[in-house]
Ligand binder design. Structure first.
Ligand code: GFB
Length: 484
C-alpha cells in the first residue's frame, strides 16, 4: 500500500473507521474512498458491487459492522448475526471481483471460546464453546475470517484478519443501552458528579477482566498490518494487559473526579470471565501499543466533554435562529453533513426524532406537528420533499414555494434541529440512513401506513402519530386562496 493507493475505509464514521481515516491522513494517504450508509448500503450485495465497479479501490480496510456492548448483543442477536454476515460477504466478494490488492477484515477478541486459556493465542479459535451473550456477533466474525481464508485458498485473494481487544477512544458510543463498558462508565460517573448522585451502578459482579486498547493504537496496527502482514491466520491486536471491571470503575471514577459510591448490579450479565489476548504475533512483526489506559481514559473523557459542549452550542443555535428567513439556515445541509451531526447527537446519548413532508404552505397544523415531534425526542430531523418530489406527488402546480424557500421557513422553527431535502416518492432511504428512535407523522396516517415504520420498529424505535389541528391542512389553505 503506498500513498497513491485508492483505499476504501468501510465504516469510516464509526469508532474504528474514523480512527483509521485520521491515521491514514496523518501518514499522507489522501486517496481515500469514504461512503456513508446512505450512499452505499454495504448489506446490499448489488449496491456494493456497483460501488466497487465504479470506484475501483485497490485496498480495503473493513471497519463496517454492527457493534455494541454486552446488553446490545444480548438484545438484538438477529441484527448482530445477520447484518455482519451480509456486510462482510458483500464487501469480500466485491473486493475479489474487482481486483482489490489487499483487504483487511476486523473482528474482535470475542471470537475466542468463553474459557480459552489466557492469554489467548490465535490458535484458540474454534477450540471450545462461545460466550452466550455475544455468540451471534462472534459467529459472524468467525465466518468473516473463514471466508477470507477460503478466498485466499481458492482464488489467491490477499485478505488478512485482525482481532482487536475491547476498543475505546474518541468517537466512541456513549449511549448507555448500546455502548461498551468504558464509555458507559465515563458517562455514568460524569453525570453522577454533575447531579451529585450518591452512587453509580456498574453492571455485573465487577469480577470479569477486560483488555482495553485505544482505537488510535488499533488504527496504527491496521496500517502496519496492511504494509507488513500477509497470512491467512488471524492476528491479535491488544495492549498486553487486562484489568477487572471493578478496577476499571475505580479508575474512571478517580479520573472523572467523582466522590460517591459504586454498586454492582448482579442482575446484569458478566459475559466472558476474561479475554486477555496473546499479542506475540503482531509484536514479533514489529508493532507495539503506545497509549497507556490511564492516558487514553483521560483523553476520551475530554473528547466526551467536548462533544457535550458542541451539543450545547448546537442546541443554543437552534433556540435562536440567526439567519433571515430567505437564506438557507445552518440546520439544512447535504445528507452526509447532517448524518455526521446526528451521529454526534446519538453518541451523546440523545434521542433522535424524524418527520417528513412537503411543507409547502406552513400552517398551525405544521407548528403543532413539529412541537409534538420535538417533545418526543431530543433532536428533530425533518425530511423535506424536493421540488421534483412534490411535483411527482401533487402535480405540476405544486410546490407553491420552492425547496429553498420551504427549507428557509422550516429552519426558523425552534423545534427543528436539522433538515434534509430528499428526492423520490418516499423518504424510505433517508429514514434508513437517519435510523430515528422515534418516527412521527400526523394522525391522518395509521402506524401501518407510515413509510419507514417497519424499519424503525425493527431497529428498536417507535412510531408516533401526532394529533391533528382541526381545520388546518395545506389542501384547505390552497382551496381558500384559490376560491373565487
Ligand atoms: O464492554 P461490554 O459491554 O462488552 O461489557 P463485553 C464488559 C463488562 O463490563 C461486562 C460490564 O462484564 C459488563 O457487565 N459492565 C459494567 C458494563 N457496567 C457496564 C455498563 O454500564 N455498560 C456495559 N456495556 N457494560 C462485548 C461483546 O463484550 O465486547 C461484543 O458483546 C464485542 O460482541 C465487544 O466483542 C468487544 O466485553 O462483555
Amino acid at each position: 500500500m503506498d500513498r497513491d493507493s485508492r483505499i476504501f475505509v468501510a465504516g469510516h464514521q464509526g469508532l474504528v473507521g474514523s480512527a483509521v481515516v485520521r491515521t491514514l491522513r496523518r501518514e499522507g494517504f489522501e486517496n481515500l474512498l469514504l461512503r456513508c450508509r446512505a450512499d452505499v448500503d454495504l448489506m446490499d450485495a448489488d449496491a456494493t458491487n456497483q460501488f466497487f465497479a465504479d470506484t475501483r479501490p485497490t485496498h480495503v480496510i473493513d471497519a463496517a459492522a454492527r457493534v455494541g456492548g454486552i446488553h446490545a448483543n444480548r438484545t438484538w442477536p438477529a441484527n448482530f448475526l445477520e447484518e455482519n454476515l451480509a456486510i462482510q460477504s458483500s464487501l469480500i466478494s466485491a473486493a475479489h471481483r474487482h481486483g482489490v490488492e489487499k483487504f483487511l477484515f476486523l473482528g474482535s477478541s470475542c471470537i475466542y471460546p468463553k474459557h480459552a486459556k489466557q492469554p489467548i493465542s490465535e490458535a484458540a479459535l474454534l477450540s471450545g464453546p462461545l460466550e452466550e451473550t455475544n455468540q451471534w456477533y462472534a459467529i459472524a466474525k468467525i465466518a468473516g475470517i473463514k471466508l477470507l481464508q477460503a478466498y485466499r485458498r481458492q482464488y489467491g485473494f490477499c485478505g488478512i484478519s485482525a482481532m482487536p481487544a475491547n476498543l475505546y477512544g474518541p468517537g466512541d458510543n456513549f449511549d448507555l443501552e448500546t455502548s461498551h463498558v468504558l464509555p458507559a462508565l465515563i458517562r455514568k460517573f460524569h453525570e453522577a458528579k454533575q447531579s451529585g448522585a450518591p452512587e453509580v451502578t456498574v453492571w455485573g459482579s465487577g469480577a470479569p477482566r477486560r483488555e482495553f486498547l485505544h482505537v488510535d493504537d488499533l488504527a496504527n496496527a491496521c496500517l502496519h498490518l496492511m504494509r507488513h502482514y500477509d497470512s491467512e491466520e488471524a492476528v491479535n491486536v491488544g495492549c498486553g494487559e487486562d484489568i477487572s471491571i471493578a478496577e476499571l470503575a475505580a479508575l474512571v471514577k478517580r479520573l472523572v473526579g467523582y466522590h460517591g459510591g459504586i454498586v454492582f448490579d448482579t442482575s446484569m450479565p458478566d459475559g466472558t470471565p476474561r479475554k486477555l489476548l496473546n499479542i506475540d504475533r503482531i509484536v514479533a512483526s514489529g508493532w507495539h501499543p503506545s497509549i497507556p489506559l490511564e492516558q487514553g481514559v483521560v483523553s476520551t473523557y475530554q473528547w466526551y466533554l467536548d462533544s457535550l459542549t458542541n451539543l450545547e452550542v448546537t442546541a443554543n443555535a437552534a433556540a435562536t435562529p440567526k439567519h433571515p428567513p430567505d437564506t438557507p439556515d445552518a440546520k439544512a445541509g447535504p445528507l452526509e453533513a447532517i448524518l455526521s451531526k446526528i451521529d454526534g447527537w446519538r453518541r451523546g446519548g440523545l434521542r433522535i426524532g424524524f418527520t417528513n413532508g412537503c411543507f409547502d404552505i406552513l400552517h398551525p397544523g405544521h407548528v403543532s406537528l413539529m412541537r409534538q415531534a420535538r417533545a418526543a425526542c431530543d433532536r428533530l430531523v425533518v425530511g423535506l420533499n424536493s421540488d421534483a418530489s412534490v411535483r411527482l406527488l401533487k402535480g405540476p402546480s405544486r410546490p407553491v414555494q420552492d425547496e429553498a424557500a420551504r427549507a428557509a421557513v422550516l429552519s426558523a422553527f425552534t423545534d427543528v434541529d436539522a433538515l434534509v431535502v430528499f428526492d423520490g416518492e418516499t423518504p424510505e432511504r433517508l429514514i434508513e440512513a437517519v435510523r430515528p428512535d422515534v418516527l412521527v407523522k400526523g394522525a391522518d396516517y395509521t402506524v401501518e401506513t407510515v413509510v419507514g415504520a417497519d424499519f424503525v420498529r425493527k431497529h428498536g424505535g417507535e412510531v408516533l402519530l401526532a394529533r391533528l389541528e382541526e381545520g388546518h391542512s395545506t389542501t384547505k389553505t390552497i382551496a381558500r386562496m384559490t376560491a373565487p
